[in-house]
Design a protein around this ligand. Structure first.
Ligand SMILES: *Cc1c(COP(=O)(O)O)cnc(C)c1O
Length: 435
């Protein structure tokens, strides 16, 4: 791709090409827009989750205590806020929270929202078409052998860097769907092992996510009984993520967090293909409106969503087009081409994109464990890297009355060796001069 015309039009591309950490301020933020989805779509998803709650409580015992609701805690992290101040040689005004999707039941990541939701929707569609199920039935019935036999005649296919495969694989296998996941080179072995243990077929590829996904799409297209979960453009995934906003609104209220013009909330979301952060961000804007400000965080080597939005080319451009290698230690973010829908829907809803160096992730992973005894995977620490550049670029969000929410997107299911390795890498960095 010829980059000079792009540089002429969007000078910040030069910094993206040089893999320099930057803040891209979205010039269209807050402009009026006609969106193809709205609040009614979110509440349709809320209702579907509710219909399935008895099923989830039955099949996933860890959701029994919450009666089949899959939700994560919103945690105040004052000790981490102090540690952050020490590491950054400046204090952070306002209050710092962690939205701990790292603890979400079933898959231990944000993918428990979108991935499971799309499987539920497909199961409901199959059941309604082929049985006497009604919307008012107790959906726990879907966990009986009669339904299992029906579902076993259908297939679910998904491509993933790891976590989406985990959530889709575990959920789809629970219904009895024949499930195949296509894994990119960066997917961790323990995730593949775990899926195989659940009866999921795992296909491994030596290439990156953006080239694996068309193969999965093509395989699915050849089978009329097959449902393809398309991480590059699925509306169902998107709406599954968006439901988070309805829950968060209630958590804010219960914890006495005000959301108004004097008390803005900034939400920091790590972005890979852009689906999960866009779904959540869309939900936040639809449910809580103008005073919640979503920010995407991406590795300097894989700023795919920022690149797509900056150039307005969205999925028509990938990070290799501007000479980047697309490599990152944050496996959930190793996606070089953005989603078909994320950038378009975020056009007027995203405050900014912020990029970071990989090393910073590990430093914050260690600091978070040291201070709050919370372990997250490297991708999930991305929000901490964006706090300083964001509040510098937007002084209106540097004040005392601002609430900062770092969305911790995954981590619960990491094996102990992996945790230890990530923690140690961060601890070594923190011990170095300059931190
Ligand atoms: C999937 C994932 C992301 C990013 O989500 P996208 O939909 O790919 O943008 C971030 N962090 C973790 C831990 C993930 O699993």
């Amino acid at each position: 791709m010829e980059t000079q015309p792009l540089i002429d039009e969007y000078p910040q591309i030069k910094d993206l090409m040089a893999a320099k950490p930057l803040v891209w301020q979205n010039p269209d933020y807050g402009a009026p827009a006609h969106l193809p989805l709205g609040r009614a779509d979110i509440f349709d998803a809320v209702a579907r989750w509710q219909r399935f709650a008895p099923y989830l409580a039955k099949v996933f015992p860890e959701t029994r205590a919450t009666h089949g609701v899959i939700e994560s805690p919103l945690v105040r992290i004052p000790k981490m806020q102090d540690a952050w101040a020490e590491l950054n040689h400046q204090s952070l005004a306002g209050q710092l929270f962690l939205k701990a999707d790292s603890e979400l039941p079933v898959s231990g990541s944000i993918k428990s929202r979108g991935g499971i939701y799309e499987v539920l929707k497909f199961a409901e569609q199959v059941a309604l078409a082929h049985t006497d199920l009604t919307y008012m039935d107790d959906y726990a019935v879907l966990a009986t052998p009669h339904y299992h036999r029906l579902f076993s005649r259908y297939r679910v296919i998904v491509a993933s860097t790891g976590n989406l495969a985990l959530s889709v694989g575990i959920a789809a296998a629970s219904f009895g769907f024949q499930t195949t996941v296509y894994m990119s080179h960066d997917a961790r072995d323990w995730k593949k092992d775990r899926l195989r243990a659940n009866g999921v077929t795992v296909k491994e590829f030596k290439t990156d996510f953006s080239s694996v996904i068309p193969m999965a799409r093509q395989a699915a297209a050849q089978d009329s009984h097959c449902h393809f979960i398309d991480d590059e453009g699925s509306t169902d995934l998107f709406l599954g993520y968006a439901v988070a906003a309805v829950r968060l609104q209630h958590q804010f209220k219960r914890q006495g967090i005000r959301v108004d013009a004097e008390h803005p909330v900034v939400v920091y979301l790590p972005a890979g293909v852009g689906g999960s952060p866009s779904g959540v961000a869309f939900g936040l804007k639809m449910i809580m409106g103008a005073n919640v400000h979503p920010v995407f965080c991406e590795p300097t080597h894989v700023p795919s969503v920022t690149l797509g939005m900056m150039t307005k080319l969205n999925n028509k451009i990938c990070v290799q087009d501007i000479g980047l290698d697309g490599l990152t230690a944050a496996d959930g973010l190793a996606v070089s081409r953005p989603s078909r829908i994320a950038g378009k829907l975020m056009r007027t809803l995203l405050l900014a994109g912020v990029t970071f160096n990989d090393d910073d992730l590990f430093a914050y992973v260690s600091a978070l464990l040291d201070t709050e005894q919370l372990m997250v995977e490297p991708s999930a620490a991305a929000g901490f890297t964006a706090l300083r550049p964001l509040t510098t670029a937007f002084p209106q969000f540097a004040g005392r009355t601002v609430t900062h929410v770092v969305w911790a997107t995954g981590g619960e299911m990491m094996p102990p060796e992996e945790r230890r390795r990530d923690y140690q890498r961060g601890a070594q960095l923190l011990a170095r001069e300059g931190w």
